[in-house]
Each structure stands twice: as C-alpha cells, then as structure tokens.
Design a protein around this ligand. Structure first.
Ligand code: GRF
Length: 203
C-alpha cells in the first residue's frame, strides 16, 4: 500500500506510523510527506526516515480551490492508495475530498461525533465529561464528519488539565492511527457508502 501523509506541524502521528512501519508487519510504505508549512517539524522526521518531502504553502494560492488542485497534483505524483491527514490544519474543499473518497483518513482528538473542530480538551473539561479520547475516520465533506474507523478512550480524572488530556490523547492517537493504516494496507478496511467496513462487517 502506497501512502502519502499530509502534515502541518509536529508530526508525532507521522512518527508513530514511521515507527510501526519499521517493525515490518504492515504491508505499506510512506512514499511522501507533504506539508503546507515549511517549518513543520514533521518534515525533519520524514527526512530522517529517508522519506521524500514537499512543501506547498497555501499562502501562495489565490483561494482554497487553487490550493487544493495544486495539492491534488502534488499528491497524485506519488499515485497513493491511501492519503493520511496527520495534523493537517487546512479545511479541504469538497472536490478534494471527493477525489480521495474511500482512501482519505483523518484523526481527531475527541470521541466523535462529540467536539468537532478546535480546543477539544478544554471543551471536554468545561462540559465535565467523564471520558475523552480520539477518533480515526474516513474523511467526508463535513468537517470532522465521516465514517468512524476506530476510537480510543481515556477516563477524565479530577486533576486533569487541557495539557494532561492532550498528552494522554496524543499517546492514544499513536496507537490507533498506525492500526487503522495497517487495516487499510491489509485490505481489511473499506468505506462502503456511509459506513466503514472491517473484514466486511460495518464498524
Ligand atoms: C493531533 O492531535 C490530531 O488529532 C490532530 O492534529 C494533531 C496532530 O499532532 N488532527 P501531530 O502533528 O501528529 O503531533
């Protein structure tokens, strides 16, 4: 399975995938890492792993459509079977999402459908929720919508802060995102209409 990963920042999820691929039991290869920010630390992680990188700065484009069509070109140069959003902080156009329908995954730091958008950890604390976590999902045109693939849960404890939650949720992300990539690479995970299927069974 040929994978392209899109990032904007630290790339700790990218690192988790690089590490899990190094273990050798996932039939996938990351053929490129593309960032919209030249200063994303994930680009350094990719270079250290010998993965080609590209930067496509959204500020150089007139509008979202122009940026997304250039992004499609940059991605499709690698002919990926799977495109992974790993902290890619741009809202994608419907045309982009349709182009990669069924082969575009995202991770979000909440138990979707709760807390779409930003500041999820603070919102969980303000709501007094007993549980928090993260979700891998197929991307559809609705922001942080789309068929759920896998979630991981952590209990919220009285001493928790947004920082402590962010740290725990990140650790969970590093476990479930490589897992979802592995399922997809093994041909076990598909998008069928509105639902994700694992081994032919709706998730
Ligand atoms: C993660 O919290 C992820 O859920 C969100 O962006 C962040 C990326 O972190 N979509 P990193 O760059 O992988 O460290």
């Amino acid at each position: 399975c040929n994978v392209v990963v899109l990032i904007s920042g630290s790339g700790s999820n990218l690192q988790a995938m690089i590490d899990s691929l190094a273990a050798g039991d996932t039939p996938a290869r990351i053929s490129a890492v593309i960032s919209n920010r030249a200063d994303a630390y994930g680009l350094t992680r990719a270079a250290q792993a010998g993965i080609p990188t590209a930067v496509l700065d959204h500020k150089g484009f007139a509008d979202r459509e122009a940026f997304d069509s250039a992004l499609i070109q940059a991605i499709d140069a690698y002919a990926p079977n799977l495109v992974i959003l790993a902290g890619f902080m741009r809202i994608l156009t419907p045309g982009f999402v349709r182009h990669y329908q069924g082969r575009l995954l995202n991770i979000h730091p909440s138990l979707l459908p709760k807390y779409k958008g930003l500041d999820t950890h603070t919102r969980v604390l303000e709501a007094g929720d007993a549980e928090h976590g993260c979700s891998v999902h197929f991307v559809t045109e609705e922001l942080d919508g789309g068929a759920l693939v896998v979630q991981a849960v952590t209990a919220v404890t009285p001493g928790d802060t947004a920082q402590s939650l962010a740290m725990r949720v990140h650790q969970l992300e590093h476990r479930i995102y490589p897992l979802a990539m592995r399922w997809f690479a093994e041909g076990r995970l598909q998008l069928d209409g509105d639902s994700a299927m694992l081994d032919g069974v709706p998730l």
